[in-house]
Design a protein around this ligand. Structure first.
Ligand SMILES: Cc1cc2nc3c(=O)[nH]c(=O)nc-3n(C[C@H](O)[C@H](O)[C@H](O)COP(=O)(O)OP(=O)(O)OC[C@H]3O[C@@H](n4cnc5c(N)ncnc54)[C@H](O)[C@@H]3O)c2cc1C
Length: 248
């Protein structure tokens, strides 16, 4: 049975009209970077539960979740209106297999995220413990507008620590910016725009790809990788090259 514990809201960061992060403290059990928790809140005598990925590394006492406010969304509208000092519930035990323990040793690991799905990668990158088995990490951080690159400063800071082991490429889909690539990930991969820009090339010999976020991006990118790059889905029983987490 799910065990719930009280979570005290410490801070709400409002980044844009649609994006915010909540920082809370709760007596949860240890979790692995890349996992998620279920949050629970009361709405008109009924409980609503939704899952959110940790942004913080497991040893942090402050638990951080990056959330998109969904118009008419039941849970996110409640979370958005929380104030420091308020309480909600969180699962004591975290879940999920989108962790580095599930990723085989490889030369180049691509971390591909849309929007709030940068969260689990922030957690994994800060944790470090399993990153020894990867030579190069290529982060594709895709958002609609430049102002939504809210965790770019954090991953740039992490990059400094890893020196030249990390490559970051931001991708913007709904506006143009001279520093970033414009477009959608599956199309940009098909046109080789991303590979040509960063000079790293996807192949079945030395690549593993983690895809997280928007299910259309995940599906279309996976389809491209299987059809044109000869990669396979990674399963415990059948090791391959693609690990996925859909947000809806
Ligand atoms: C493993 C996992 C981890 C997740 N981690 C996060 C997270 O860290 N941050 C987060 O914001 N959401 C995350 N989600 C999604 C989250 O669980 C909720 O579905 C979301 O917050 C919507 O809740 P709601 O009740 O407000 O909207 P609902 O009324 O339930 O509406 C759901 C609809 O909102 C849209 N939607 C849901 N999530 C997103 C999103 N992140 N970005 C854009 N559109 C979305 C989809 O169209 C979906 O059909 C995660 C989901 C899964 C399965």
């Amino acid at each position: 049975m799910t065990e719930w514990v009280e979570a005290k809201i410490k801070k709400i960061k409002i980044w844009t009209v649609h994006l915010f992060s909540i920082i809370l403290e709760a007596p949860i059990l240890p979790f692995y970077a890349g996992q998620f928790a279920k949050l629970r809140i009361k709405n008109k005598k009924k409980y609503i539960n939704r899952v959110y990925s940790y942004v913080n590394e497991p040893k942090d006492k402050k638990l951080e979740f990056c959330i998109r406010l969904i118009p008419q969304g039941k849970m996110t509208n409640q979370l958005y209106n929380l104030l420091p000092g308020d309480s909600i519930l969180i699962t004591k035990q975290s879940n999920g297999f989108f962790t580095m323990f599930e990723i085989p040793k490889c030369k180049n690991l691509w971390m591909i995220a849309t929007g709030t799905a940068i969260g689990p990668f922030c957690s994994i990158l800060q944790d470090e413990s399993e990153l020894y088995k990867i030579k190069k990490i290529i982060i594709l951080y895709a958002v609609s507008y430049v102002t939504e690159l809210i965790y770019l400063p954090l991953i740039q800071k992490i990059k400094k620590k890893y020196k030249n082991r990390i490559i970051i490429q931001a991708i913007i889909s709904r506006e143009r910016h001279k520093k970033y690539i414009t477009g959608r990930i599956p199309i940009l991969l098909k046109s080789k725009k991303i590979e040509n820009k960063i000079q790293y090339f996807i192949n079945p010999t030395d690549t593993h790809i983690m895809l997280c976020g928007n299910p259309t991006m995940v599906k279309d990118t996976q389809h491209f990788l299987i059809k044109y790059k000869k990669l396979n889905k990674h399963l415990r029983r059948y090791p391959g090259h693609i690990s996925i987490e859909n947000y809806w």
